[in-house]
Design a protein around this ligand. Structure first.
Ligand code: NAP
Ligand code: ZN
Ligand code: ZN
Length: 369
């Protein structure tokens, strides 16, 4: 991680509350309640912070899990949104990395302890400091008491060390989902060593899944999609998959057993894990990134071919920038459906029906109007 000021310095230099910026947003007032207009306050940028005018924010299935309090640690009112692309409006006087007018991104976390072994290794998402990483929404500000609010709002103030640059040439709306869906799938593909020619199966063709297909292809892998939605077959091919496996078709699955080096499970709903495990070759790895309700796990498919089961959570700031630069070079972005914020509740319903091709992205101009 590049040099950053100590927490004490940063906090004592934060702006006074009266200088806070009244900011329109949309929030879930309570667990499972529909989202509605809400007003939040953003701080003026401190010396090491930037104030970002948000242009676009992707809609991740995590937003739905959180708003419905499925992980049971929601903080309400909740302003979701952690796939943020915007333009730097103002930079604090000590900021060195960004300047007004830069197109930048903010992902799932906005701070961390900066001192633990994970932070020092540039894996801030696994911060072992008190409270772990400061999530972009649903956390308490580090060293403060205010809740953090996400990207379903018109602006955000973030320490420059937790901001990434969007490569020129990537369209802002289609790049926004890379801040979560992109890094969440890029990181395990890299960490588990996917090489040119490797066989990768992506389970679930949603926001994460469709970006995973593009990234794995761009890394030279031979990709298959495992989906419970037969209507997505043509899209899977268009996105770069060589094969389409119907998740509920035992014969289809049986033919593919033992063929894959890596399986990436992105499914958001409770499902059996053996289906994916059976696809792995001997010593292959299945990585869980989807976070549904718990489901039982059988030991047999793991034991049978010395397979491994792993998990992975987003990625650190350095790797997020690496991923964005990779996407810039390879021309990888998300397939997006741009919506005004006023359609957010309907968008959630459609995502729950797997009816999105393949990521909703909110145009925050709809909130400024
Ligand atoms: P999404 O766009 O809603 O896609 C989820 C996909 O899961 C759907 O498109 C569908 O694919 C499949 N699916 C949905 N319901 C299903 C069911 N009943 N049975 C079988 N498959 C079903 O969600 P997302 O934004 O990609 O997020 C996916 C999951 O990853 C969520 O649980 C989210 O919280 C989690 N997540 C984790 C991380 C991390 O760091 N690990 C980061 C971001 C998100 P098919 O139609 O192709 O079957
Ligand atoms: Zn997400
Ligand atoms: Zn830490």
């Amino acid at each position: 991680m590049p040099t950053t000021p100590s927490r004490r310095t940063r906090r004592t230099q934060l702006a006074e509350p009266e200088q806070e910026l009244t900011t329109p947003a949309w929030a879930a007032p309570a667990s499972r309640a529909p989202l509605a207009p809400f007003t939040i306050r953003r701080r003026q940028p401190g010396p090491h912070e930037v104030l970002i005018d948000i242009l676009y924010c992707g809609v991740c299935h995590t937003d739905i899990h959180q708003v419905r309090d499925e992980w049971r640690r929601g903080v309400f009112p909740m302003v979701p949104g952690h796939e943020i692309v915007g333009r730097v409006a103002r930079a604090g006087e000590a900021v060195t990395r960004w300047k007004a007018g830069d197109t930048v991104g903010v992902g799932c976390f906005v701070d961390s302890c900066r001192e633990c072994t994970a932070c020092r290794a540039g894996e801030e998402q696994y911060c072992e400091g008190e409270g772990g990483p400061t999530w972009t929404y649903g956390s308490t500000e580090r060293g403060g008491t205010a809740p953090t609010y996400g990207g379903y709002s018109t602006r955000i103030t973030v320490d420059e060390a937790y901001v990434v640059g969007i490569p020129k040439g990537l369209p802002a709306a289609a790049a926004a989902p890379l801040l979560c869906a992109g890094i969440t799938t890029y990181s395990p593909l890299r960490h588990f060593g996917v090489q040119k020619g490797d066989r990768v199966a992506v389970v679930g063709l949603g926001g994460l899944g469709h970006v995973a297909v593009k990234l794995a292809r761009a890394m030279g892998a031979r990709v298959a999609v495992v989906s419970h939605s037969p209507a997505k077959r043509d899209d899977a091919t268009r996105l770069g998959a060589e094969e389409f496996i119907t998740a509920r078709n035992a014969a289809d699955l049986g033919r593919q057993a033992g063929r894959f080096d890596l399986v990436l499970d992105t499914v958001s709903a409770r499902h059996e894990y053996d289906t994916g495990l059976e696809l792995l070759r001997r010593d292959g790895t299945m990585v869980l990134v989807g976070l549904p309700e718990p489901a039982p796990l059988e030991a047999r498919p793991l034991i049978a071919r010395r397979r491994r089961l792993a998990g992975s959570m987003i990625g650190g700031i350095r790797e997020t920038q690496e991923m964005l630069d990779f996407c810039g070079r390879e021309g990888v972005t998300a397939d997006v459906e741009i919506i005004p914020i006023q359609q957010i509740n309907e968008a959630y319903e459609r995502m729950l029906r797997s009816d999105v091709r393949y990521r909703f992205v909110i145009d925050l101009a709809s909130l400024k109007a």
